[in-house]
Design a protein around this ligand. Structure first.
Ligand code: ZN
Length: 161
């Protein structure tokens, strides 16, 4: 079932989410709905609070087009730094430059409650940080000085050519 993605201004996006304690059919239905909603949205990640559920669960699509389900995730290791354009399904039509670590290692539980670790770099590392921020009520706009519209971005790309 497609869920509605809430947008900036909805107070649910500024809340600290609760840990997931039950790995049951209710969680699996949420994860399945989030998967469908993410694939429908053309995004690369989705956090439960973005569909109004204040639980620590996120999905991230990695460079191999696999959808990772991260329950109760924490960042356990980072390396380096990258700065690139970032956007959010909950902040439609706006992008900004955000600094993130180049490599990020996450410890999380799967949908059955089993702990695992996953490490990635570049866009997927950026996505880990962005989605985990959502679980603590933070949006990427807090990490950037200026937001750009699609028209402004187009102008910047024309300037580069
Ligand atoms: Zn987001």
């Amino acid at each position: 079932m497609l869920r509605t993605i809430i947008t900036q201004g909805d107070p649910a996006l500024n809340k600290v989410c609760h840990p997931v304690s039950k790995f049951d059919e209710k969680l699996w239905a949420l994860l399945d709905d989030m998967r469908e909603t993410l694939l429908d949205s053309n995004g690369v990640g989705l956090a439960a609070p973005q569909v109004g559920i204040l639980r620590r669960a996120v999905l991230v699509i990695n460079g191999q087009d696999e959808i990772l389900e991260l329950i109760n995730p924490t960042i356990v290791h980072t390396e380096g730094e990258q700065e690139d354009m970032e956007g959010c399904l909950s902040v439609p039509g706006k992008w900004g430059f955000v600094k993130r670590p180049m490599v990020v290692r996450v410890r999380a539980q799967d949908r059955n409650g089993n702990w695992f670790e996953v490490e990635d770099e570049g866009l997927t590392a950026r996505c880990f940080c962005h989605e985990l921020d959502h679980l603590d009520g933070h949006l990427f706009v807090e990490h950037t000085d200026r937001l750009y519209t699609p028209e402004e971005l187009e102008g910047m790309m024309e300037d580069e050519q």
